[in-house]
Design a protein around this ligand. Structure first.
Ligand code: SF4
Length: 139
C-alpha cells in the first residue's frame, strides 16, 4: 500500500514547538508500506518552531494575532498536489491539528477547547475524494 502520513507522526521535528508526535503504529506502517511524509505547515512556508495556530471563524490565526491563513492554505494545496501525483491508498494524519486534524480541532480561543471539524489540509484532501483517517483510528 502507498500511504501519505503527517511527518510529525514519523518522528520528524516539524511540530510548532520543535518536537514531534512519533507514533509506534506509524513506525510499523513505514516498515511494511510505501510511506510519503508531508508537513503541510512547513510546505506552506512556516518555520519550526512557530507560534501555535488555531482556526477561528474559518480563518487560521496564530496565537500572537497574526493571520496565517494563506500559509496554511498554501500548504494544504501542496499536499493535495502531492496526493494527486502519488495517488496514496490511504492518508493518516495527526489529530486536532489546524492542518491535519480529521474529526476535531481546537476552537480558536487557545484555551484547549475542542470542536467538531477538520483542519484545512485534511478537509481539502477529503473534499477531493482521498481516504483520510486520524492516526487514533488506525487499526
Ligand atoms: S502540520 Fe501536520 S504534519 Fe506538520 S507538525 Fe502539524 S500535525 Fe504534524
Amino acid at each position: 500500500m502507498k500511504i501519505m502520513v503527517s511527518a510529525c507522526l514519523a518522528g520528524e521535528n516539524c511540530k510548532y514547538n520543535g518536537g514531534n508526535n512519533r507514533h509506534e503504529k506509524i513506525l510499523k506502517l513505514m516498515s511494511e508500506n510505501e510511506v510519503i511524509l508531508v508537513c503541510p505547515e512547513m510546505l506552506g512556508g512556516l518555520l519550526t518552531p512557530r507560534e501555535p495556530c488555531e482556526i477561528r471563524d474559518g480563518v487560521v490565526m496564530a496565537r500572537d494575532g497574526r493571520n496565517v491563513d494563506a500559509e496554511f492554505r498554501a500548504g494544504a494545496a501542496k499536499c493535495l498536489e502531492i496526493a494527486r501525483r502519488e495517488q496514496p491508498d490511504l492518508i493518516v494524519l495527526q489529530p486536532r491539528s489546524p492542518s491535519c486534524g480529521v474529526k476535531r480541532r481546537y476552537d480558536g480561543t487557545f484555551s484547549g477547547v475542542l470542536v467538531d471539524g477538520a483542519g484545512v489540509t485534511a478537509q481539502l484532501l477529503m473534499e477531493n475524494g482521498f481516504r483520510v483517517i486520524d492516526v487514533e483510528d488506525l487499526k
